[in-house]
Design a protein around this ligand. Sequence first.
Ligand code: SF4
Ligand code: SF4
Length: 160
Amino acid sequence: MTKRDYKPFYEKGLQFECTKCGKCCTGFPGYVYLSETDIEKIAEFLHMNTKRFLKKYTKRVRVFNENRFSLTEKVHFDCIFLDKLCTIYSVRPYQCRTYPFWKRHLISEREWIKTGEFCPGINRGKLHLQNEIDNFVNNVPNYDFRRFSYDPSDSTGEHE
Ligand code: SF4
Ligand code: SF4
C-alpha cells in the first residue's frame, strides 16, 4: 500500500466540541510548550515584553533533546492561566488550540477512544474533517528555542 492509499481511521472526520470542563488544564503534571509565535502573542495580550512574560510564567525544560519553554503550574497542577476557564483563551498556545487532535491520540482508533474516556468533548458536537485534523498534526511549530529567530534569554523588550 502506498502512502497515498493510506486511509486513517478518521478519514470520515471526528467529532469534538470542548465542554470547557477544564480537565486538560489541571489535575496532573504536564508540559504546555510554547512556540516563538505563542510567546509573542501571549506577551502582547498581557501587555508585557517577551522577557518579562517568560520569566513570570514559564520554565525551561529539556525534552526530546530540545530546549523548550513550558507554562508553569499553580497548586494541584493547575495551569498558571487557569482561573475556572482559560484566561488567555483567544491567544492560547498551539498545543492547547489543537487538543485533542495530537499525533499520539490519533495513532489508532483505540488511542482516540482512550482519550475520549478522559476528555468529554470527544465524540460530540462539531465534525472535524480529516484535512483539518491532518493540518493540526502536520503544522506543529518548532518548540526548540535554540532555533527561534531571537534568543529569548537575551530579549530586552524589543518584541513588546
Ligand atoms: S478535557 Fe476536553 S472538554 Fe474538557 S476542557 Fe479539555 S478539551 Fe475541553
Ligand atoms: S493556556 Fe489555557 S487552555 Fe492551555 S493549559 Fe493553560 S488554561 Fe488550559
